[in-house]
Design a protein around this ligand. Structure first.
Ligand code: KIV
Length: 275
């Protein structure tokens, strides 16, 4: 079996010579984990997007550590070679550093090999404390969906002027100094992502952040055409599994109604009488 991917091995992919592109996909259950791993991704992010794409909440604020641990366990039980990254949900690292460490540990006990959390300078103390507890941390800047009520902007794209781009770079550098293994950049202009990528020694992993990041992350359901509602501009759908699934279920329903399912070979039979 090829070696498991760890946070240090992911971090070491970026050298002075460049970075072998990092491929990260979200997954929320064992079938998703198996698919991601069989496709050879480097990291599986059990993201708090589970709130949207699986649980149909309007934002990511509706879930807690228990829900995240439940989904991380399901992915970890698929036994992937890829690094399992557990997303720290809203309020799990905002109250105190002790609380942040306990919550990060709960996600590690559920099967995560690293945790991800949103925010820059204000989260440095939590990041340091979690790393001090021997848990690798991945940062997340740009559009941070847990800040939905404070971002207060109609547009999702962040760091669109020089001042906010510089603030984002400062946040990224502070996280790097605190010891993060990688940084997710969400919904920022391509040139800003390129500047952050250039400024950091740790890899950047983009989503809606253009082609210059060291890697890319995408939501499983978006990639496979399982998303309900509007598909963001940065998503390329590689399959339409919703249509495939509806066609399969309709075909089965038609067969049931026409009494063509189950067939004799799909049925159990009484054992032949003993003679
Ligand atoms: O929760 C998540 O899936 C994420 C990705 C969108 C990066 O944070």
């Amino acid at each position: 079996m090829t070696e498991r991917i760890t946070a240090p091995s992911l971090r070491s992919r970026k050298t002075r010579l460049g970075c072998d592109p990092i491929v990260m996909l979200t997954a929320y259950d064992s079938p998703g984990g198996r698919i991601a791993d069989a496709a050879g991704v480097d990291a599986i992010l059990v993201g708090d997007t589970v709130a949207h794409v699986v649980l149909n909440h309007s934002d990511t604020l509706h879930i807690d550590v228990g829900v995240m641990a439940h989904h991380i366990q399901a992915v970890a039980r698929s036994d992937p070679r890829a690094l399992v990254v557990g997303d720290m949900p809203w309020l799990s690292y905002h109250l105190s550093v002790e609380d942040a460490v306990q919550n990060a540990a709960a996600l590690v006990r559920a099967g995560a090999g690293a945790v991800k959390l949103e925010g820059g300078l204000r989260r440095v103390a939590a990041v340091r404390a979690i790393i001090d507890a021997e848990i690798p941390v991945i940062g997340h800047l740009g559009l941070t969906p847990q800040s939905v009520h404070t971002l207060g902007t109609a547009s999702k794209v962040q760091a669109k002027n020089e001042e906010s781009a510089e603030a984002l770079i400062k946040d990224a550098e502070a996280l790097e100094t605190a010891g993060i293994s990688a940084l997710v950049l969400e919904a920022v202009p391509d040139v800003v992502a390129a500047r952050v990528t250039e400024a950091l020694d740790v890899p950047t992993i983009g989503i809606g952040a253009g082609p210059h990041c060291d890697g890319q992350v995408i939501v499983f359901h978006d990639l496979l055409g399982l998303t309900h509602g509007r598909v963001p501009k940065f998503v390329r759908q590689y399959a339409d599994l919703t249509s495939i699934a509806i066609n399969a279920v309709s075909a089965w329903a038609d067969d049931v109604r026409a009494r063509k399912f189950p067939s004799d070979s799909e049925s159990y039979h009484m054992p032949a009488p003993q003679t």
